[in-house]
Ligand binder design. Structure first.
Ligand code: AHR
Length: 327
């Protein structure tokens, strides 16, 4: 059982303070908010949290939701490290958490593969893992206790269903997220499963606005007959809007845009008729995450999967709805 944690050599080292100096040295990402890293004598649950980055509006909202809920007042001692979208930074942070002998490790993996060694080390240390947002593909048996996040495949399918109904003749360029990430792999599978025959080209924009713009500039040259972009997130879609406008075309009309996330900027683009349809990816599940971590720490039963609630928006959305959007 994970809650009856084995004390290992590493954990003894951690209690001497070595782990604190390791964490303080950094070099593996930004420690945005460091907890005491101490022995949790106040009864707080010591959580090591590796966020994958700050690449998008969605990610910023997700970080806020996590930090607003894993607070000292709620009984947590949170060490939060931003990996800046680099897997090596995440692996280093996870190893630091093992050295600190935290109570629970939570992380949002930037890509699906490449975690085998570190997940085995965490398992050997007896520290329970809560996967957040994205998923892993690993040979380690029972690598995590529970996962909370979106059904990315369902999001892609929802986008595909809208296209099938509203633009069955569209010639689509697919602007993909970080290659090898759960969000990219599953959204692609869901979307292409419905309208894959309409996709004329694909490239990654790594979930950022700047790379979304660059990828779209290249796509406008390579696929001059495209009439639609399916973008795996709003930020890349907003970059695509910039590229389309710079090329003298009208986003939403000359080239339709179907997106995922529904952050305020994305929904504003819908009101402004620059986006045509947006599937929601909900980042605001910090409260549910906090409850899960408490239960995992206390050895209570938790579901293996918690899928967060999500909807979708078309151009009937009003400005008032966008203004009321919390992120
Ligand atoms: O994993 C969730 C995805 O990651 C969001 O759609 C995207 O905006 C973020 O970068």
């Amino acid at each position: 059982m994970f809650h009856a944690k084995r004390r290992t050599f590493l954990s003894i080292v951690a209690s001497t303070g070595l782990a604190l100096s390791l964490a303080a040295c950094g070099g593996g990402g930004d420690t945005a908010q460091a907890g005491s890293g101490g022995d949790g004598g106040d009864g707080a649950i010591r959580v090591g949290y590796s966020q994958l980055g700050a690449e998008s509006g969605w990610r910023t909202a997700n970080t806020e939701s996590v930090q607003q809920n894993l607070t000292a007042d709620n009984g947590f001692d949170l060490t939060f490290v931003d990996a800046q979208q680099k897997q090596e930074n995440q692996i280093k942070a996870l190893r630091d958490f093992v050295a600190q002998d935290v109570d629970v490790i939570a992380f949002s993996p930037v890509v699906e593969t490449g975690w085998d060694d570190v997940l085995q080390e965490i398992k050997d240390a007896g520290i329970p893992v809560v996967l957040v947002d994205r998923t892993v593909d690993t040979t380690v048996e029972d690598p995590y206790v529970t996962h909370i996040g979106s059904d990315f495949k369902a999001e892609g399918t929802k986008a595909g269903d809208w296209v099938e109904e509203n633009a069955p003749d569209a010639k689509i360029f697919e602007l993909q997220g970080t290659l090898g990430s759960g969000a990219q792999v599953d959204r692609e599978e869901g979307f292409d499963g419905v309208v894959g025959s309409q996709v004329i080209g694909k490239a990654s924009g790594n979930f950022t606005r700047a790379e979304g713009r660059t990828a779209t500039e290249a796509a406008l040259q390579a696929y001059p007959d495209m009439t639609m972009i399916f973008t795996h997130n709003d930020d890349m879609g907003l970059g695509a809007v910039e590229a389309i406008e710079a090329a003298g075309k009208k986003p939403g009309t000359d080239i339709q845009i179907v997106s995922v996330d529904a952050v305020r900027d994305g929904l504003q683009a819908l009101v402004d008729k620059k986006f045509n349809y947006v599937v929601e990816c909900n980042p605001a599940f910090g409260d549910q995450l906090a409850e899960l971590i408490k239960k995992v720490h206390d050895g209570e039963d938790v579901p293996k999967e918690t899928v967060v609630e999500e909807t979708a928006f078309d151009q009937t959305i009003t400005q008032a709805e966008v203004d009321a959007r919390p992120y």
